[in-house]
Design a protein around this ligand. Structure first.
Ligand code: PLP
Length: 434
């Protein structure tokens, strides 16, 4: 990185003056960005940043990936319809065809594709509606540490007290169960779940569905093991309860396979996808539905922005990566590299009390002190690296490099992180908090 200024120049006053107090990421990273390409961003002063934030997982293929950009520009110049409600368009047909050919068919998966409103939370709402309609039951089982979005239905399933507190109404019809490892390694939380489900004296009503993330992206990078996921899938199937995998953050290649549940060998009844499904940061969300469960009637879950054709164009272009077996092989190799680098960093800084977490290319460092990840993130920003925190107490530093980041660029980003850890280690917490 070429840094001439010690810090980014102050942002224009208009953000403070006009933008709602609810804004958040820009507080942590108060630069004014003007350009972005691949894993890099630049601000108004020309400072370069390595982007391991990746739009919270919306930019798995990096900023402005060339193939998708070319397809998009061509579509725009040809006056292709940008907005289309859910009208048939050639862009939507092409996306659906490629999604079937490149993603579903090779994995032996049979799903109907529901285009929901363009946010992840809307895909979750749609999944809940279908699960409740099909089963005639109301409750959803969600896990400790889970994050499923902030609209009221999905928020009820999200675990963080701070986010739930904004609802302003009671959040109901969700039964909370412990995620894998919640009580430590000796308690099997699938056994805990089935015990409660099967005991007529437990007070737990039979749910419509269980919703689960295979890696808790917002919840501190806890990872469910393939064995736990398999037993969960078997337990709910045996009880005629539907399984929803929320793959909004962990899907689209983040863990090394297109769907994060592939290694576990499970087939969920419903899958929620958003964030990187458009591959370009375009708003788009999908709920994948087992065909016999596709029971909401025409328009029952509608929305104006379910036909973002620009997103269909970039999504279809980015799916081409999945037709290339080398792409997947590279993901696995880079995940191993990142794991090694983080393990090494954690070992180098025992004084910071940190341990590596995560899977694939969604990884990080969990700190024993709740303030450390925040301080490391800020120190990293000063050095030109964007990395966010995760977990209910912000105790985990989360790295999500674009999947297309080259190995040397990955190492470069982690070197910046190493510098940030050195500087945080050199400061006592007291000094930093002043
Ligand atoms: C981001 C996210 C959501 C919500 O998506 P939005 O687009 O922010 O509504 C839901 N589930 C998971 C796992 C997510 O990471």
């Amino acid at each position: 990185m070429t840094v001439t200024d010690p810090a980014p120049a102050a942002a224009p006053a208009v953000f403070d003056e006009l933008e709602s107090a609810v804004r958040t990421y820009c507080r942590r990273f108060p630069a004014v960005f003007t350009r972005a390409s691949g894993h890099l961003m630049w601000d108004e002063q020309g400072r370069e940043y390595v982007d391991f934030l990746s739009g919270a997982g919306a930019l798995n293929y990096g900023h402005n990936p060339a193939g998708a950009k070319a397809a998009l520009v061509e579509y725009l110049l040809a006056d292709g319809p940008a907005h289309g409600l859910d009208l048939h368009t050639s862009a939507k047909a092409r996306f659906l065809e490629r999604f079937r050919e490149v993603v579903l068919a090779p994995r032996g998966l049979d799903y109907r594709v529901q285009f929901t409103g363009p946010t992840g939370t809307n895909a979750v709402e749609a999944a809940f509606k279908t699960a409740r309609r099909v089963t005639g039951r109301t409750d959803i089982v969600a896990f400790t540490g889970g994050f499923h979005g902030l609209s009221l239905g999905a928020l009820a399933a999200s675990a963080t007290a701070f986010k739930r507190g904004a609802a302003g109404v009671p959040l109901g019809h969700v039964t909370r169960m412990p995620y894998e490892g919640y009580f430590g390694p000796d308690t099997d939380t699938v056994d805990h779940l089935t015990r409660l489900l099967d005991d007529p004296g437990s007070g737990v009503d039979k749910p419509a569905a269980v919703i689960v993330e295979t890696v808790q992206g917002e919840g501190g990078l806890a990872v469910a093991s393939p064995g736990w996921l398999r037993r969960l899938a078997e337990a709910v199937r045996a009880r005629d309860i539907l399984l929803i995998v929320d793959d909004i953050q962990a899907g689209c290649g983040r863990t090394g396979t297109f769907f994060s549940f592939e290694d576990a060998g499970i087939v969920p009844d419903l899958v929620c996808l958003s964030k990187s499904v458009s591959g370009y940061g375009m708003p788009m969300a999908l709920t994948l539905i087992r065909p016999d469960l596709d029971r909401l009637g025409p328009g029952e879950h509608s929305g104006t922005f379910r036909g973002n054709n620009l997103a269909f164009v970039t999504a279809a272009a980015c799916l081409e990566h999945w037709a290339d077996p080398e792409f997947t092989a590279r993901l696995r190799a880079h995940a191993t590299v990142l794991d090694g680098l983080l393990t090494e960093l954690a070992a180098r800084h025992p004084e910071l009390g940190c341990a590596p977490r995560g899977r694939g290319l969604i990884r990080g460092l969990a700190f024993t002190d709740d303030t450390t990840a925040d301080r490391v993130s800020r120190a990293a920003f000063e050095r030109g690296l964007l990395v966010e925190t995760s977990g209910a107490r912000g105790q985990v530093l989360k790295l999500m490099p674009p999947l297309v980041t080259g190995e040397e660029d990955l190492r470069h980003g982690v070197r910046i992180l190493a510098g940030a850890l050195e500087s945080v280690s050199a400061q006592s917490p007291q000094e930093e908090r002043q």
